[in-house]
Design a protein around this ligand. Structure first.
Ligand code: HEM
Length: 393
């Protein structure tokens, strides 16, 4: 059986391939040509839920057999940026997550709203007279990078470099680019944290430096890794959510009209976009530390297992008529933000940014429509977003 999730058909529409996998091989060993390594994929909703709660799978690369380390983690320059929650298991994970929770509070996120509204307005202002644009280029990715920079206290003049690094990280052209990015990004963050230590402000970075629980604090590698994780996890993902939202709404004019007529549907529309076109298609993967049986298969120790969040969100056993984009459906059981102990830390921030972005676009451009331009799904193993979202108004 072959399921080519990396070929031409997947760029146009991966859903038929995923439907076939759910039916014929719901837990299956594939070969990821990007990593040149085997990768197990779990595609049914119930199995994904079980996998994400199964503590036999580890996210900590330090615990893996050498062979697995060589296969999946060959860019050692990333080591100094990798001591973070997403690559750790309890009790280390619990410790890191509770320290970050001291700084990354719901209140801090809520307080960002006026800044996000203002940033959206500033980004849309100069394009108004153009009549057409690629939403991804002028808006969707610019907003989250501005928000992250403001949240962390990074100067505006460094934002272009930030974009370059995070883009390389999300879709590395080759291993050498990834290596170079890791070194430059690391050096930048070291200098930045050092500056904040000497001159604290009210930003998240200063709060992370101060975060303490029972005398415990983040050491410098953990701090830098945490900042790196927030940027890596919060930029490309949120950019694609905004892009996918605009694409989904404009390609379903009846749903767009509904939202224009009933603005109170905004939150539920964001949830339906997260279900229908989740910006993260696969979890980053976890590794059994000894051979395990899962879904009727024996998965050897050290082989990577990923959950297809895109597939789970389109499993008809969980969501009736999953191919229908319906902003009034109760979509909140979607798995776009993962599940279990690694459930997305930034989910509320991402939802807030998307809601503000859609609100601003619909308000400022009453005649917004999709341009007649080809667009498909981007290549890549992790993010799920359109190559382009051309619009006219
Ligand atoms: C629409 C936007 C976003 C989506 C779809 C998304 C999705 C996810 C998913 C699926 C995971 C779990 C990954 C796994 O288990 O392999 C995750 C984890 C995480 N996300 Fe997000 N994310 C988004 C935005 C953000 C933002 C804005 C931030 C922060 C600024 C953020 C920070 C994190 C962090 C820190 C983790 C790791 C949590 C842990 O390991 O305990 N994410 N995200």
């Amino acid at each position: 059986m072959t399921f080519d999730l990396w070929g031409e058909q997947a760029h146009d529409d991966p859903l038929p391939i995923l439907a076939r996998m759910r039916a014929e091989a719901p837990v299956v060993r594939l070969f990821d040509p990007h990593q040149e390594a085997p990768e197990w994929m779990v595609t049914r909703y119930d199995d994904v839920v079980e996998l994400l709660r199964d503590n036999r799978f580890s996210k900590d690369k330090r615990k893996l057999p050498d062979k697995a380390k060589d296969m999946y983690f060959r860019v050692s320059e990333l080591d100094a940026l990798d001591k973070h929650m997403l690559f750790s298991d309890p009790p280390e994970h619990t410790r890191l997550r509770s320290l970050v929770a001291k700084a990354f509070t719901p209140r801090r996120i809520r307080d960002l709203r006026p800044m996000i509204v203002e940033s959206a307005r500033r980004l849309l202002e100069p394009v108004r007279s153009r009549g057409e644009a690629d939403v991804l280029e002028v808006f969707a990715f610019a907003l989250p990078i501005t928000v992250l920079a403001e949240l962390m206290g990074v100067p505006v003049e460094d934002q272009d470099r930030f974009q370059g690094w995070t883009k390389t990280l999300a879709a590395p052209p080759d291993f050498d680019s990834l290596r170079r990015m890791a070194v430059e990004f690391h050096d930048y963050l070291v200098a930045f944290v050092d500056r904040r230590r000497r001159e604290p402000t009210d930003d998240l970075t200063s709060a992370l430096i101060e975060a303490e629980e029972s005398g415990d604090t983040l050491d410098v590698v953990e701090l830098i890794s945490m900042l790196f994780l927030l940027i890596a996890a919060g930029y490309e993902t949120t950019g694609n959510l905004i892009g996918n939202a605009v694409w989904a709404l404009l390609s379903h004019p009846d749903q767009l009209e509904r939202l224009r007529g009933t603005p109170a549907l905004l939150e539920s529309a964001v949830e339906e976009v997260l279900r229908f076109a989740p910006p993260v298609k696969n979890t980053i993967g976890a590794y059994p530390l000894s051979d395990v049986e899962f879904g009727g298969q024996v998965i050897p120790a050290g082989e990577k297992v990923v959950a297809s969040l895109l597939s789970a969100n389109h499993d008809p056993s969980r969501f009736a008529d999953p191919g229908r984009f319906d902003i009034t459906r109760a979509a909140d059981k979607h798995l776009a933000f993962g599940l279990g102990s690694h459930f997305c830390l930034g989910a509320q921030l991402a939802r807030l940014e998307a809601a503000v972005a859609i609100e601003a676009l619909l308000r400022e451009f009453p005649k917004l429509a999709l341009a007649d331009e080809p667009t498909r799904w981007k290549a890549g193993v992790f993010v799920h977003g359109r190559t382009k979202v051309g619009v006219t108004w």
